[in-house]
Design a binder for this molecule. Structure first.
Ligand code: MEV
Length: 430
């Protein structure tokens, strides 16, 4: 992680070019990095090798959230997504958290879970017994296909067995654990599952069927907490603090709110995942399953008041990678990692958990104070002005007109743009 100044003030006031130049200087971005940021980083030739029937690529805006202090280190957080306000909100919450000492985060070692399903097992208890007799052999076989990972101190870390009574009869399921280093781990785990399956089926006197990773990555948890000083919450800080707790308790009591609460968390986490070309579906699936661990869907964050602070916490599985898979296929993901100081996957999970907490705090703060629309609509108005055809030098004026008249829509943007152009035309040709 970085110890450079993520608390860059006024970053948002710079032009895109000035921002890039500043980052190039501070973070050692080279010409190729800057070019990738400009083009989206994914050439059509590489894209054509990534998925099937390729016809093109689609670009997201990528921005950086500022003010993040994670485990005492400044970190600039790259975020790629289509939604306005998210980057600004994360930066704002990180600034408040910073005044309370920043985020303290800790992630587990990157251990992923794989599964092998055994069916048509005549005697499941006997099967479990026979498999366990060969525990050492199973561990040896698991490690045998992971020479590179073993060399770097990862590898097969053991297994558990479960007998499941399903609608299609009893089954035995093996859960095994692999330390996958800095990868997400799907390929590694699936290879191990396919290697072990025939041997296990033999021992069980049955047949193997599914051999696949579990994205319920609860051996790869990330946790972060932050102390948000009440003094930083505006004039009515104490009231705001109480209202934040009311907002949190609504999410605990009501699934309709909990889902939106967690969606806000994922706004931050997935934006970082996008920026580094990670598998966002795996992260989402694992996180939402974890939110249901008590039997009902619950918020992934929790809050309490402790003296002069609102203390926020987050806990979720984070299967994130800094190498492997598609991470290296897009130069932008390398730039994004560079901006974060080339973290390990464990450090990355710590940063991402902190971002999730910041995002959630920012959303709740906005909701209990001015509401979400004010800030959101200003940024939304910018997108509308651009899609209505405004040039960069016209955007601010069109936005100003929309906000002043409280009519924020595509048609309004078009109308104000025409008005602006005709008034300019008129002033140029008196
Ligand atoms: C919008 O993308 C996310 C929020 O709805 C999250 C929340 O309500 O907590 C603002």
């Amino acid at each position: 992680m970085q110890s450079k100044g993520s608390g860059i003030s006024g970053f948002y006031k710079l032009s895109v070019d000035e921002r890039r130049k500043l980052l190039a200087k501070e973070y050692g971005l080279i010409e190729e990095d800057l070019k990738a940021l400009e083009t989206g980083g994914l050439g059509i030739d590489v894209a054509d090798k990534m998925i099937e029937n390729v016809i093109g690529t689609i670009a997201y805006p990528i921005g950086v959230a500022t003010n993040f202090l994670v485990n005492g280190k400044d970190v600039l957080v790259p975020m790629a997504l289509e939604e306005a306000s998210v980057v600004a909100a994360a930066s704002k919450a990180a600034k408040i958290a910073r005044a309370g000492g920043g985020f303290t985060a800790v992630a587990d070692e990157p251990v992923m879970i794989g599964t092998v399903q055994l069916v048509d097992v005549r005697d499941p208890s006997e099967a479990v017994y026979r498999i366990n007799e060969k525990r050492n052999e199973i561990i040896r076989m698991g490690n045998e296909v992971l020479p590179e990972i073993i060399r770097k101190a990862g590898g097969f870390k053991g297994y558990d067995l479960k007998v499941l009574y399903t609608d299609s009869g009893p089954m035995v399921e093996l859960y095994f654990y692999v330390h996958v280093l800095d990868a997400m781990g799907a390929n590694t785990v699936d290879t191990v599952a396919e290697t072990l399956a025939p041997y296990l089926a033999d021992l069980a006197g049955g047949r193997y069927l599914l051999r696949i990773i579990s994205n319920y990555a609860i051996r790869r948890m990330a946790r972060a907490h932050a102390r948000f000083p009440i003094s930083e919450l505006g004039e009515n800080g104490s009231r705001v603090a109480q209202d934040l707790i009311h907002a949190y308790n609504l999410a605990r009591a009501d699934v309709f709110r909990a889902v939106t609460h967690n969606k806000g968390i994922m706004n931050g986490i997935i934006a970082v995942a996008n920026a580094i070309f990670n598998d966002t579906r795996a992260i989402e699936a694992g996180a939402h399953a974890y939110a249901c661990r008590s039997g009902g869907y619950q918020p992934l964050t929790s809050y309490r008041i402790d003296g002069d602070y609102v203390v926020g916490q987050i806990e979720l599985p984070l299967q994130v990678a800094t190498v492997g898979g598609s991470v290296g296929l897009n130069r932008v993901s390398k730039v994004a990692l560079k901006l974060m100081g080339n973290p390990t996957s464990k450090e990355l999970a710590e940063i991402m958990a902190s971002v999730g907490l910041a995002q959630n705090f920012a959303a709740m703060y906005a909701l209990v104070t001015e509401g979400i629309q004010k800030g959101h609509m200003k940024l939304h108005a910018r997108s509308l002005a651009l899609s209505a055809g405004a040039r960069i030098d016209e955007v601010d004026e069109v936005v100003r007109m929309m906000i002043e008249k409280n009519t924020i829509s595509y048609d309004a943007a078009k109308g104000y743009l025409e008005k602006l152009r005709s008034s300019k035309g008129a002033s140029q040709h008196p």
